[in-house]
Design a protein around this ligand. Structure first.
Ligand code: NSS
Length: 437
């Protein structure tokens, strides 16, 4: 073989169509083991990992020596016959006839199958991505994102891309990243919501989907400074409609991953019985009822505060699927939320809490659609009016009840994958301690 033979390569995931045939695969050596006269090379190509069997006598001595000497992450072409192997998860393996090494690392590959500390792995994230578990997590992330797009596209929502540079806060001023914008102050967006609202009044039902930024001082396993959020927004929609959309959406994502990503969930040893019960409808409890749940579980919680991570865990533990908590005290919520006409202390807000201690994955609300009430909130929150004039316009020209929510992609990936920390759910995580690689 020679380098240009990579043009004939077949992806490992497609080899089931090639049983009994000789093929070339192009990849990297993932791992290997030997038993004297046989080398078992585990080769990955980004689609799958396949076992390649090199038997002394069936290949030239030179090729047998090559397979004896090559180290982890050597890039190579392997030629061989595809044969059935019922014991492997893949169902087939490669009986090797030839190997062409493209580049052999001169240094030992830093990530070995042995245990490494998390900081070391995060410092080597550019290489860690090649590991089996990360492969599974990020392929599930990919599936979740494509399910998100399909869900809204199938329902004729229009995708509206909202700006990343913004002049003002969407969620609250305490977590803004400021940047210089030709002598003016600009902030990285915390949420596309305000723009999605403008678009909902133009297109009826819309969603935005992009990176969002929070200068959170939080060091928890649920917070990133840069994360991806999808935000649907619908005109002529109230809080009940919003909750219904949210539960259908979350069920759709989970069921899609269960159907399409079995082998990745197996790699992660995820207990899928807990995911199978994630179907609509979800239980709904009011904020007041949630406070009672906390008190009944011996937690000293005062009406009026926002729930912390451990409170959310106690509430969600009462249910076998995500739970929707609605009608929070307006004090702890954003300026744009509509007050509950039944009780002015409450905002028409809702959060979806994931089971198994994964906490809030969705935050949403019905929006304040009355001009005077919204202006009052903007002043109460000491937000500069001049930046919100366009947003107030939406309440001047054909205002209607409307609602929406935001779902944080990484928290959903962590939950569905069953991994404890959000940092592994995005290819290159950004946290208060990490800006590289
Ligand atoms: O702040 S949220 O609760 N709500 C909003 O941003 C609204 N503007 C959404 C809307 O109604 N259109 O954030 C929504 C979700 C939240 O439930 C989490 O899942 C996720 O965004 N989120 C985060 N994920 C990771 N890291 C951080 N720091 C983070 N903050 C929120």
């Amino acid at each position: 073989m020679e380098l240009k033979d990579f043009k004939k390569r077949i992806y490992i995931e497609d080899l089931h169509q090639q049983l009994g045939k000789e093929v070339i695969i192009a990849g990297w050596l993932y791992n290997k083991r030997s038993s004297g006269k046989i080398h078992f090379l585990l080769v990955r190509d980004g689609t799958e990992i396949i076992q390649c069997v090199v038997v002394k006598g069936q290949v030239s001595d030179e090729i047998f020596d090559v397979s004896d000497q090559i180290g982890a992450e050597t890039s190579l072409l392997v030629k061989g016959m595809v044969s059935e192997d019922k014991r492997s998860p893949l169902g087939y393996e490669l009986q090797v006839s030839d190997i062409f090494v493209i580049q052999a690392p001169s240094l030992e590959y830093p990530i070995s199958p042995k245990e490494h500390g998390i900081e070391f792995l995060m410092d080597n994230r550019h290489l860690w991505l090649r590991s089996r578990k990360q492969f599974a997590v990020l392929r599930i992330r990919h599936e979740i994102i494509s399910a998100i797009r399909d869900f809204f596209n199938e329902r004729n929502f229009v995708l509206i891309d909202t700006p990343i540079f913004t002049p003002s806060a969407a969620e609250g001023t305490s977590t803004l990243f400021a940047t210089d914008y030709f002598g003016m102050n600009a902030y990285l967006t915390q949420s596309g919501q305000l723009y999605a609202e403008a678009a909902a009044l133009a297109f009826g039902k819309v969603y935005c989907f992009g990176p969002t930024f929070r200068a959170e001082k939080s060091k928890t396993r649920r917070h990133l400074t840069e994360f991806w959020m999808v935000e649907p927004e619908v005109a002529y929609f109230d809080l009940d409609d919003d909750m219904k959309l949210a539960e259908d959406f979350v069920s759709y994502i989970v069921q899609r991953v269960l159907a399409q990503r079995k082998s990745e969930l197996e790699i992660l040893e995820r207990d899928v019985t807990k995911l199978k019960s994630v179907v609509s409808p979800f239980p709904r409890v009011s904020y007041g009822e949630a406070v009672d749940i906390l008190k009944n579980n011996g937690i000293d919680f005062e009406w009026g505060g926002d729930f912390g991570g451990s409170d959310e865990t106690v509430i969600s533990e009462q249910f076998d699927r995500p739970v929707i908590v609605h009608r929070y005290p307006a004090e702890v919520k954003a300026f744009y939320m509509k007050r509950d006409p039944e009780d002015d202390r409450l905002a028409l807000a809702m959060d979806v809490l994931a089971p198994e201690g994964y906490g809030e994955i969705i935050g949403g609300s019905q929006r304040e659609d009355d001009y005077d009430a919204l202006l009052k909130r903007i002043d109460e929150h000491q937000l500069p009016r001049e930046h919100y004039n366009w947003y107030l316009d939406l309440r001047q020209y054909g205002s209607v009840p409307h609602a929406g929510f935001g779902l944080g992609v990484e928290r959903v990936v962590a939950w569905i994958c069953g991994i404890p920390h959000i940092r592994e759910t995005i290819p290159f995580a950004r946290t208060i301690y990490r800006l590289s690689p």
